[in-house]
Write a protein that binds this ligand. Structure first.
Ligand code: A2P
Length: 319
């Protein structure tokens, strides 16, 4: 099935499909059906992470589709991430090795440091180590050491591109100044309610492309605060949905594409998986784009409260 896809050019000459299927919290057969259907429709980018615990299923679907001649590996873009318990050099390398094995791949297209806030490493299987008080057990890690492991893995062709996620400008700059291979991508929470102006400008200067997770405002996040506004139900978004005859989700995704970001909507529902790809052959007018710009600074859904005690946590960010 042919469908339109657009691509974002990275600072290393490679390109990333602008829409990817997010897979956080997706598991088992429902995940497999979603990945299979997405690849059938024309998605070419699948986003996973070691900590999502679903790389085996993602890998099975990709392998089966390639074996059946339905997709070619060279057309696909697979992203995975090294979790914050594995930021030491050897652990980061082991983590990527485990991801490649689970995904049944010799390489991924993009490997990211999942978060800058290191955790104590209690070995394989303990991604979120707790202390005696039941709190996440944090540890300072030198992110330059992690990055040097990433450069090594890039050199071994385990990862065609390398980047970071949930980093602030200072953390990116620290890596940028010393890096032999510059970060190509920043993955971050971004949506109409949290547009990340500072990071957009900072990364724009370095030609680091941005990929928005939770572009629809994380409707499935289990521990959201009851007082948080629901982005998909925002009156302005609903009004534009009515005027353009597009779903609120499509309006929100089109908005982020117009801002120059890639998007990673998650869905296990076939209709919504299809809708979320149908965002390229139309666009919001500049005046409607402006209306959505005004929704900025309303809610950040991922407050990462566990990380607030961490030395790497940026207390200047308005949480
Ligand atoms: P479902 O799997 O039932 O489609 P986000 O990527 O912002 O975290 O949002 C993911 C959540 O949003 C999932 O729960 C998904 O549920 C739902 N979702 C995905 N696409 C759409 C859409 N176009 N409109 C409304 N909800 C959507």
């Amino acid at each position: 099935m042919a469908s339109i896809m657009s691509y974002l050019s990275m600072n290393n000459g490679l390109r990333m499909p602008a829409v990817g299927l997010g897979t956080y919290l997706m598991k088992g057969d429902a995940l497999k059906r979603a990945v299979d259907y997405a690849l059938f429709l024309g998605y070419r980018h699948i986003d996973t992470a070691l900590s999502y615990g679903n790389e085996v299923e993602v890998g099975e679907v990709i392998k089966d589709r390639i074996r059946a001649g339905k997709n070619k590996r060279k057309d696909l873009f697979i992203t995975t991430k090294v979790p914050c318990a594995y930021l030491e050099r050897d652990a980061a390398i082991k983590s990527a090795e485990m991801s490649l094995e689970s995904l049944k791949q010799t390489h991924v297209d993009l490997l990211l440091i999942h978060q800058p806030w290191g955790n104590v490493n209690r070995g394989v299987g303990t991604l979120k180590p707790l202390n005696s008080k039941g709190e996440r057990e944090l540890k300072h890690h030198d992110l330059l050491e992690t990055w040097s492991a990433f450069e090594q893995m890039h050199g071994q062709n385990w990862a065609k591109s390398i980047g970071v996620s949930n980093f602030n400008p200072e953390q990116i700059q620290r890596i940028w100044d010393k890096a032999k291979i510059k970060p190509a991508n920043l993955q971050l929470e971004a949506h109409a309610y949290w547009q990340q102006k500072k990071l957009v400008e900072f990364c724009g200067e370095k030609n680091i492309i941005l990929t928005a997770y939770s572009p629809l405002g994380a409707p499935s996040k289990p521990d959201k605060k009851p007082e948080d506004l629901v982005l998909l139900e925002d009156p302005q978004v609903k009004q534009l949905s009515f005027e353009y005859k597009k779903t609120p989700g499509q309006i929100l995704l089109n908005f982020l594409l117009l801002k120059g970001m890639g998007v990673l909507p998650k869905s296990q529902n076939f209709e919504r998986i299809k809708d979320n790809l149908d965002i390229f052959d139309w666009k919001l007018s500049s005046s409607d784009f402006e209306k959505l710009l005004k929704l900025d600074n309303t809610v950040k859904y991922f407050t990462n409260e566990w990380a607030h005690r961490h030395p790497e946590f940026d207390k200047s960010e308005p949480f």
